[in-house]
Write a protein that binds this ligand. Structure first.
Ligand code: C2O
Ligand code: CU
Ligand code: CU
Length: 460
């Protein structure tokens, strides 16, 4: 379907026609209701109102589905604002990708949309809105989505940590989601650094047991510099996919940088002694601090990391590097410009950023072409060049890619959907364009995305 067929000019048609594609399907198994929420953040003497979640009083749930099973979910919107749900990292059919105007209409108040797909990849993924993205994510609407392997890998327990900041004022109410200064630089940072909406939560796990730790960076802005003290472990997957090339165990001197959108799966052995603690540390501007704690409880299980079965590989089409087509992308500033046409999906009011020197014209702009057209079934190299002093986690929907080389460092060649581009970095990544459609391609610092650093690739 051509993009312009989606770009209706009529607000009335949108308001009435924002429903999903329920016809022909039975009622979905799962229902997610986007709603306003309130929550008591630790250490505050007032409840925070005006949050956005899937329940009235807590964080969005961890969703899970078995690899190869139907993920069959109705998203209902009870907010006054529009929304659309995106399944970050999952290689879904284009119509299920949740990108307003590109793959579906925004979901209006009391509207709904049925998302139905079968995840082919097992791993740690997440979900968030792609319409009113900044305001709804900053208000809490980011959740983890686990696609489970069919086989038992031998872990004793699992622990999900959804890292996300909130920006609260003295009265514990949400501050503005962005600042012009932040949007033009590294983004606007929150002041409550949370894991699962809690400040330094502590979770109990069996002493001497093997924990599968799933770390997810869902903040709109912050790059989490992570390392772990008090336990041995190893990195088993990055950004949803089992590592092909080993990734070094992070340390205080060399933390793992988990950028917005990225995930890290770790196999961890809990200490043997009851009450001993493992700290998930974050190096922050004011010094390192624990973002979460795992406490060993009970008798020593005496497990060994070697007992964990290797993660089965996901069915990703291998690269064919004999004659790939190379496409260039330059990420940089743009002269400050006017408002993009984001339709019903929220605008910050200016553009600062661009891809190939052109700021994204807006979600609802007419006749905006793809940044590149990728011939289906072929291997393509994307040469990503950062011409700015800020880091950009560059994310592609619907496909996975593999970093090949960088001018600044050694990059492990592991499949990913979100690659961090450092200051002045040029990174070449490769993919097989095996999923047809228009796939959003943008920086996952949401202020950058919403002020121009966005576009889409078309797989024909
Ligand atoms: Cu996680 Cu286009 O987004
Ligand atoms: Cu995505
Ligand atoms: Cu960016």
């Amino acid at each position: 379907m051509k993009r312009r067929h989606f770009l209706l000019g009529s607000g009335a048609a949108l308001a009435a026609g924002a429903g999903g594609m329920a016809a022909g399907f039975a009622t979905p198994q799962r229902k997610l209701v986007v709603q306003s929420a309130q929550y008591w953040f630790a250490g505050r003497d007032q409840i925070t109102k005006g949050l956005v979640s899937l329940s009235p009083d807590g964080p969005p749930p961890v969703l899970s589905v078995m690899q190869g099973d139907l993920f069959d979910t109705r998203v209902e919107n009870t907010l006054g604002d529009y929304t659309a749900m995106h399944w970050h990292g999952l290689r879904v059919p284009n119509a299920m990708d949740g990108v307003p105007y590109l793959t579906q209409f925004p979901i209006g108040q009391n509207g709904e949309f049925d998302y139905t797909f079968t995840p082919q990849d097992a791993g740690t993924f997440w979900y968030h809105p792609h319409c009113m993205t900044l305001s709804q994510m900053a208000s809490g609407l980011t959740g983890v989505l686990i696609v489970k392997e069919r086989e038992d890998l031998g872990f004793s327990t699992e622990q999900v940590l959804n890292f996300k900041d909130f920006r609260l004022d003295e009265e514990a109410q949400l501050l503005p989601y962005y600042t012009a200064r932040g949007a033009a630089r590294a983004g606007t940072f929150g002041n409550v650094i949370s894991a699962n909406w809690q400040v330094r939560p502590r979770y109990d796990h069996p002493a001497g047991g093997l924990v599968r730790l799933r770390l997810v960076a869902t903040d709109t802005t912050r790059l989490y510099k992570l390392y772990i003290t008090g336990a041995e472990g190893r990195i088993i997957a990055c950004d949803g996919h089992p590592v092909d090339e080993a990734v070094e165990w992070p340390t205080e001197q060399a933390p793992y940088i988990l950028a917005p959108g990225q995930r890290l799966d770790i196999a961890l052995k809990m200490p043997a002694g009851e009450g001993q603690e493992v700290q998930i540390m974050g190096a922050l501007p004011g010094g390192a601090r624990a973002l979460a704690t795992l406490r060993a409880i009970g008798a020593d299980q005496g497990r060994d990391l070697a007992e964990i079965a290797p993660l089965p590989r996901n069915p990703v089409t291998p690269l064919d590097m004999r004659a790939p087509k190379v496409h260039d992308f330059v990420f940089g500033w743009t002269p400050e410009g006017g408002t993009a046409n984001n339709g019903f999906c929220g605008t910050l009011g200016y553009t600062f950023w661009s891809i190939n020197r052109t700021p994204w014209a807006g979600d609802a702009a007419k006749d905006t072409g793809p940044l590149a057209v990728l011939e289906r079934g072929k291997t393509h190299v994307l040469r990503l060049r950062n011409e700015s002093p800020n880091a950009h986690p560059i994310h592609l929907h619907g496909l996975v890619f593999k970093p090949l080389r960088s001018n600044r460092r050694k990059v492990p060649q592991n499949w990913t959907d979100t690659a961090l581009l450092l200051k002045d970095e040029v990174m070449e990544v490769a993919l097989v364009a095996d999923n047809p459609g228009n796939w959003a391609f943008h920086c996952h610092v949401i202020e950058h995305q919403k002020t121009g650093l966005a576009g889409y690739l078309q797989v024909t």
